[in-house]
Design a protein around this ligand. Structure first.
Ligand code: BEZ
Length: 211
């Protein structure tokens, strides 16, 4: 069965551009993103991997490590790296796994044969400090991902892991959030001292509590 939210992210050992990775050990106590791309020396992938390098500090601010994977060998990733730097202006600054035997792809269900017979599709797994999967995304090979959106989702997932709130449509960090319906008004007054406004009994907005 496909991995689901709340499942433990499978552990593995795999070669990468930064040496052998023992995944859970590499994650440590922080957050992680494991993302797959279909193939080295391909156009959309080149733009995506440069973008992830550009956003390295943004991931670091969120205590989040990033690691990429495809079924190409590590030697190919190293060769391709200079193209990524040349085209995007950003040198790879995170490891890329060479998953030639498809250990990682199989564990995480990254190969969708009806879409791409033998290559990984564009999967993203956000993994929490408890090693549980907090978010999954799957895009087809022809559509590059929006990694700013992935940062936005991490902001939401990290916030809602610590406070009894949810984030509304199109929310970005700093905007008002929604108080969980399970919290009654009396408790909400205590938990959210900045106050809240009630649109419906089940829809109450409060300023972002960690700001
Ligand atoms: C690309 O990155 O452009 C790509 C990779 C594999 C299949 C299709 C497109």
């Amino acid at each position: 069965m496909a991995l689901q939210l709340g499942d433990i992210a499978p552990d593995f050992t795999a070669p990468s551009t930064e040496g052998e990775i023992h995944f859970h050990e590499w994650l440590g106590d922080g957050w992680g993103i494991l993302f797959s791309h279909p193939k080295d020396f391909t156009p959309v992938c080149t733009t995506e991997l440069g973008e992830v390098a550009r956003l390295k500090d943004e991931f670091a601010k969120r205590g989040t490590k990033v690691i990429g994977v495809s079924v190409d060998p590590v030697a190919s990733h190293h060769e391709w790296a200079s193209d990524i730097a040349e085209v995007t202006g950003h040198r790879l600054n995170y490891p890329l796994i060479g998953d030639e035997d498809r250990t990682v792809a199989d564990l995480y269900g990254m190969i969708h044969p009806q879409a791409l017979e033998t290559l990984t599709v564009r999967s993203v797994f956000v993994i929490g400090p408890d090693k549980k999967i907090k978010l999954t995304l799957t895009y087809p090979a022809s559509t590059g991902r929006n990694f700013e959106e992935i940062l936005r989702v991490i902001d939401s997932v990290q916030l809602t892991a610590n406070y009894s709130v949810s984030t509304p449509v199109n929310w970005v960090d700093g905007e008002d959030v929604i108080i969980a319906p399970a919290i009654d008004d009396e408790s909400a007054k205590e938990k959210f001292p900045k106050g809240f406004r009630t649109l419906k009994p089940y829809l109450r907005y409060t300023p972002q509590p960690n700001r």
